[in-house]
Write a protein that binds this ligand. Structure first.
Ligand code: SER
Length: 316
């Protein structure tokens, strides 16, 4: 039986991986931590929870020992737009949080999942069908921490035989916990505004293509790679996982098939636009498909239908 620790469990990705893991492995086998404890009471009260700073390796080590943890999902990080406002904090949290987890994993024999991102690429990376192994010279501090994180996870595997695994997520679209401080957040906000006000003012240009993924596929990727047969993994960390690629104009067109009055306008945020322009338009994810059978289920049409139905249902 797996005993899982999820660090950063109340965030956009953490809250849904935590919910899925509790269903799959049983609540008492899934221990949660977060730096806050003032949101999502059902998750906090639904099983073991600790309020812990992700950089506090001693506290995490104590929890791992107490609960006989064998698998850690390390999900505490500052996203790209927030990181750009506070680069030192981004470096501190994203790097010192990760190395604290890796050290605990090394000492206790745990496997570790770490999410990387399309942010690990930069303006000199091939933009179309970005390969798994390619140029990575990101220009955002978020991207710098993501590349360093990928390399650090590889290092802990080669040097200490820690079972590190991970994927490069596109922008994640979800309807349970809102994202915070990401460049791809527009693609989530647009659905809420479409249902509520039938219009949305987008902070990226209408023709900005980026990779996106719907949360059920993002959760499945995390669980599936941690359950994958290690002998098949040639890459361990930072698998590209593509799912869909679109620009705000296209997303608006799909929303109009459900809400015909919907309109989109633009007020460009130069910092977020520069970050988005430095990222790929669409990833190629052959390695994930071959090495652990990655096969996403949602596209822009089915995700749009599901998002709008869910948001309307919740408001009813
Ligand atoms: N969604 C993230 C961001 O925009 C990318 O990994 O920062």
């Amino acid at each position: 039986m797996k005993n899982i620790l999820i660090i950063g469990s109340l965030g956009q990705l953490g809250s849904e991986i935590a919910t899925a893991c509790r269903l799959r492995y049983g609540s008492s086998h899934v221990v949660l931590t977060d730096i806050r404890d003032d949101v999502n009471r059902p998750l906090i009260e639904g099983g073991p929870f600790y309020k812990v700073d992700a950089r506090d390796g001693n506290a995490i080590d104590g929890i791992v020992k107490k609960h006989h943890i064998d698998t850690i999902y390390h999900l505490a990080a500052l996203l790209s737009a927030t990181a750009e406002k506070n680069p030192l904090l981004a470096w501190d949290l994203n790097m010192n949080g990760l190395i604290a987890t890796l050290e605990v994993a090394r000492a206790n024999g745990c496997s570790v999942f770490t999410p990387s991102s399309i942010g690990a690429f930069g303006p000199t990376t091939p933009k179309q069908f970005t390969p798994q192994d390619t140029i990575q010279r990101p220009t955002s501090i978020y991207g710098v921490t993501k590349v360093a994180g990928e390399l650090l996870c590889d290092y802990y595997h080669h040097k200490y035989d820690v079972d590190t695994r991970g994927v490069r997520y596109p922008g994640i679209i979800s309807n349970m916990t809102p994202p915070g401080g990401g460049t791809t957040d527009y693609a989530v906000e647009i659905y809420y505004e479409a249902v509520k006000n039938k219009r949305y003012t987008c902070f990226l240009r209408g023709d900005t293509y980026l990779d996106m993924i719907y949360m059920p596929d993002a959760v499945e990727a995390a669980i599936q790679i941690m359950e994958a047969d290690p002998s098949r993994l040639r890459h361990r960390n930072a698998f590209n996982v593509a799912s869909m690629s679109f620009c705000p104009e296209e997303q608006a067109a799909y929303i109009r098939t459900h809400i015909p009055e919907f309109t989109i306008s633009y007020e460009i945020d130069p910092v977020k636009q520069a970050i988005a322009d430095s990222w790929p338009d669409c990833l190629e994810d052959y390695a994930a498909r071959v090495e652990w059978d990655w096969n996403p289920t949602f596209d822009l049409a089915s995700m749009t239908e599901d998002m709008i139905k869910t948001i309307i249902g919740r408001n009813a």
